[in-house]
Structure formats: C-alpha cells, structure tokens
Ligand binder design. Structure first.
Ligand SMILES: *[C@@H]1O[C@H](CO)[C@@H](O)[C@H](O)[C@H]1NC(C)=O
Ligand SMILES: *[C@@H]1O[C@H](CO)[C@@H](O)[C@H](O)[C@H]1NC(C)=O
Ligand SMILES: *[C@@H]1O[C@H](CO)[C@@H](O)[C@H](O)[C@H]1NC(C)=O
Length: 464
C-alpha cells in the first residue's frame, strides 16, 4: 500500500479530487524498478475494483465468465511475483482453492458447461502458484493437487478429456455434446494441456507428465494446429476433409494466446529435458509471436489484431485477456531460459510503454483494450487484467534466477493428493469449506481495500 501520510492529507486529497482534470498516462519508466512497481500497483488496484464489484459467498466466481477468475488470479500471482506486494494474496488464495471444487480438479458443481480450456486456465493458475512458492492454504487442496487434478481429468476420456474418436486425438474445445464447441478441437485447449503437462513435468521432475506433453505436441503438429515449418499456430480443427486423420483444414484465425500456450510448454520441456529440440521450437515460436503480433503499424506493440483492429474485442469477454496472458508467459519463458531474456525484454518494453500511454481512462489510469494510439474508452475487467499483466511482465528486467519458477528439486512444495481429478478420491474430500475465519479474513481485506482506495486518491493528488 503506498499511502503513508497522515489523516488530514486524505481529506485534502478528497476535496481536491473533483477539480483534478489533467489526464495522466500511467507513469512508466521501463528502466526503473520503482516506476514499474507503481504502475503495476495502480493497474492491479483498478483490476481489483472489478473483483470487489459483486460481494460473493462463492469466492473466485466471476459470473459473466467463469474462467475470467483464473485469468484474474494469474494476474494477481504475477503481480505479487514481480513486486512482492502481498496486498491481494489472501483473497487470491481463498478464491483459487474454493473454485477447485470437491474433486480438486476445477469442475465445481456451480460452473455449468465448463470447456476444457476454462478448466485448463484454472490448472495453470494452480501450477503457477506452486512454481512461485505461493503458500498453500492451511487446509484443503494444495496448488500441486489442483494442477494435477486438472491434468488427471483432461488426460482421461471418461473425464471428457483426451479423445481419439475424431482427428486421431486431442482435446475437444467443450466437454459437453450440447455445446456447439464440442465438434471442435482447438489450439488453446490442446496448447494449454501441453503447457500444463510440461510444467508438471518440470515441477515434479516426473517423466510421465513429459510423455503426455510429447503426445499432445505430436498430435498438434500432425493436424497442423501448429505448423512446425512456418511456425503459424491455427485456432482449431474439426471433423472433415482436407486435413490428416479425417480432420478438416485448420481455422487459421490468429490469436496471441494460442501461440503463447505452445511456446511456453516448449520452454518448460526444454528446462526439463535439456533437449535442444525444445529450445529450437521455443525460439521459433517466440519469433513467430513477434512477427505475427508486434507489427510496425502498431509501433511494435503487441496486438490481437483479429478483434482489436476493428474495435470488436469488447464484444465477448475473452479476446481482451489473450495478450495479457501471452506477455506473462513470455516473461516466464525468459526466466526459464535466460538466453532469451534480451530478445523478449526488448519487445515487452515496447508493449509496456504503449500500454502505459493508453492507460489514461477516467482520470484514474484505467486501461482500455488497444495498447497503441491512446485510451480507446474500453474500460472493462478483462482489459484491466491485461493491463496489470503487462506491468508485471515488464518487471522481467529486474528479476534474476531467484525468481525462476521452482521445481520440487529447488524448493517447490511437492505435497499433493494424486487422486484429484480421477473421480475416486479416498477418504473424506480434502476440500475445505469456507470457514468463519475465511469470512473474517475477507472482512479485514475489505477494510484494507478502503485504505488502499484512499491511498490511491492521495497518489493521484501527489502525482506530479
Ligand atoms: C456483477 O453483477 C452484475 C449483475 O448481475 C453483472 O452484470 C456483472 O457482470 C457482475 N460483475 C462481475 C465482475 O462478475
Ligand atoms: C507444503 O504444503 C503442505 C500442505 O499445505 C504443508 O503441510 C507443508 O508444511 C508445506 N511444506 C513446506 C516445506 O512448506
Ligand atoms: C538438465 O540440466 C540441468 C542443469 O545442468 C541438470 O540439473 C538436469 O539434471 C538436466 N536434466 C536432464 C533430464 O538431463
């Protein structure tokens, strides 16, 4: 929390506020650790105002789109990892464990019609927590258990995961027949499962996960979801003609996060195996992201131009999240493979500078969707999440090997219940119900939050 002054300053600031008319860009010097920290603090504070919008007995549940909760918690984990600011950790920890549900596999009873990609993002949030040594809750499922729960469920055809009935393998987008995406096998579900398997291999140092990662990769390249000659990543395939294995030709719509899942998985596979095959793949896909999404006409700033260029990203709650996830994975890749740091950092800095100049909304540095050409009036929870992710990612310059995602060989907590996600947990479910203590904790956080808000006002007042 940045507020340090005495009470009367707060009052002065509140009186002054209505007269403040100057529009500030999010103040950012990408070569100053303090400046990035301040920008990240503002962006993350703005993001969390959305989370508090609807007080809930179901912590971590975002009503308009369930997986957005995973994206938000990923942003919080990255913010904490980049800055050591623990302001939001308790809420993150409560919500992330709670959404895991009774099976410990992010298939909670209240989230109806979950897609493989939705579930996967929660699994990524859990493995990120494990890799960053985010403290486990005092009881209930550990972060490792929750990540394994998702993996176990997705590798199992009975869990409506891995499926060989069409296209010779792969995960369907949706798990349920009644959903239109059921006919599709999409890049983000499969790339995300690949990444989760690779990260579990790295974290646990167990070969079984790497075998699965190889299998997903081989399938993805065999149906040209990933083209390992041009390094283009497609969006989806389905049953049909034109492609291999009774599969249609890929839908070639380009999205940053499809590339991001595969490149991140490849980086963890390199870290786990030391096989230069994976280093070459990582390099090729990193370059492909830059040539595809960081275009000269946008000043080199990363864009999901498929929707951004036509101002349509806001129409669904997903698109604005993609590039935020992608920049966060690029930063992690550079921590896993330090030889890629200079190349990645240079691009992140360009995008962060663009984002800072665009995050000028509402006199409180709200972020819109596009990170070039100034504020585009598209303040939303999703755009706030990506803004926060960008500021955390550009902290890369100041992170060294001590911030590298850990494995159980380097201090990661390997406590887990390996039966999560198998549908046959032994003994009582280790799922911890929301306790009075948790509720009290949330109350304290609400008070802290008001403090934080006042701090934010003072910050605005003191901003030169
Ligand atoms: C809060 O609730 C309102 C009304 O149900 C809904 O429109 C809005 O999307 C919710 N906000 C979040 C962040 O879930
Ligand atoms: C790992 O997590 C478990 C479960 O929460 C906990 O009991 C244990 O103390 C943790 N170990 C370390 C070294 O933090
Ligand atoms: C990969 O290299 C690291 C660092 O030299 C080493 O600790 C690890 O055991 C190697 N892993 C394998 C699978 O060879």
């Amino acid at each position: 929390m940045r507020f340090k002054g005495a009470g009367h300053m707060v009052i002065v600031a509140l009186r002054i506020l209505p007269f403040a008319s100057h529009v500030y860009a999010l103040d950012l010097d990408v070569n100053s650790q303090e400046s990035i920290k301040n920008a990240g603090s503002t962006a993350t504070y703005n993001m969390m105002t959305w989370y508090k919008e609807n007080g809930t007995d179901n912590p971590g549940f975002i009503s308009r789109s369930w997986w957005t909760g995973a994206a938000l918690f990923l942003a919080c984990l990255n913010y904490w990892h980049a800055t050591n600011d623990t302001t939001y950790n308790e809420e993150v920890s409560i919500g992330m464990q709670h959404q895991g549900g009774a099976g410990g596999d992010y298939m909670p009873s209240w989230a109806v019609g979950i897609g493989n990609d939705d579930q996967m993002f929660w699994g990524l949030a859990a493995i990120t927590a494990a890799e960053y040594k985010f403290p486990n809750r005092p009881s209930g499922d550990t972060w490792l258990t929750l990540a394994q729960g998702v993996f176990n469920d997705q590798k199992d055809p009975n869990g409506k995961g891995w499926d060989t009935t069409i296209c010779g393998g792969g995960l369907r987008w949706q798990k349920e027949l009644w959903q239109s995406g059921y006919t599709m096998k999409n890049a983000v579900s499969n790339g995300g499962f690949f990444m989760l398997a690779a990260r579990l291999a790295w974290f646990t140092q167990e070969k079984g996960y790497a075998t699965w990662a190889e299998k997903v990769w081989d399938w993805s390249t065999s149906v040209n979801l990933v083209n390992d000659t041009t390094w283009a990543v497609a969006d989806s395939v389905r049953k049909g003609t034109g492609g291999p294995d009774g599969c249609s030709l890929p839908d070639n719509t380009r999205w940053t996060y499809n590339y991001g899942t595969y490149v991140s998985g490849a980086a963890y596979m390199y870290a786990y195996t030391n096989d230069t095959k994976w280093l070459d793949i990582t390099n090729s896909l990193v370059d492909s992201i830059f040539t595809t999404f960081c275009l000269p006409e946008h000043g080199g700033v990363i864009t999901d131009w498929t929707c951004e260029a036509v101002g349509q990203c806001y129409k669904d709650a997903n698109g604005p999240l993609f590039k935020g996830l992608t920049v966060s994975w690029l930063a992690d890749i550079a921590l896993m493979i330090p030889s890629l740091k200079d190349k990645i950092l240079a691009k992140l800095q360009i995008s962060a500078e663009g984002a800072a100049k665009s995050c000028t909304g509402g006199n409180q540095n709200l972020c819109g969707n596009r990170w070039y050409g100034g504020y585009d009036e598209q303040n939303s929870m999703e755009n706030a999440i990506s803004g926060s992710q960008m500021m955390s990612a550009v902290m890369l310059k100041f992170l060294d090997s001590s911030s590298k995602p850990v494995s159980t060989a380097t201090g990661g907590n390997g406590t887990s219940d390996p039966s999560a996600g198998t549908g046959q947990r032994s003994g009582p479910a280790p799922f911890a119900p929301i306790t009075t203590a948790d509720r009290a904790g949330a109350g304290i956080l609400a008070v802290l939050f008001v403090g934080c808000m006042i701090g934010g006002v003072v910050f605005l007042f003191m901003d030169p």
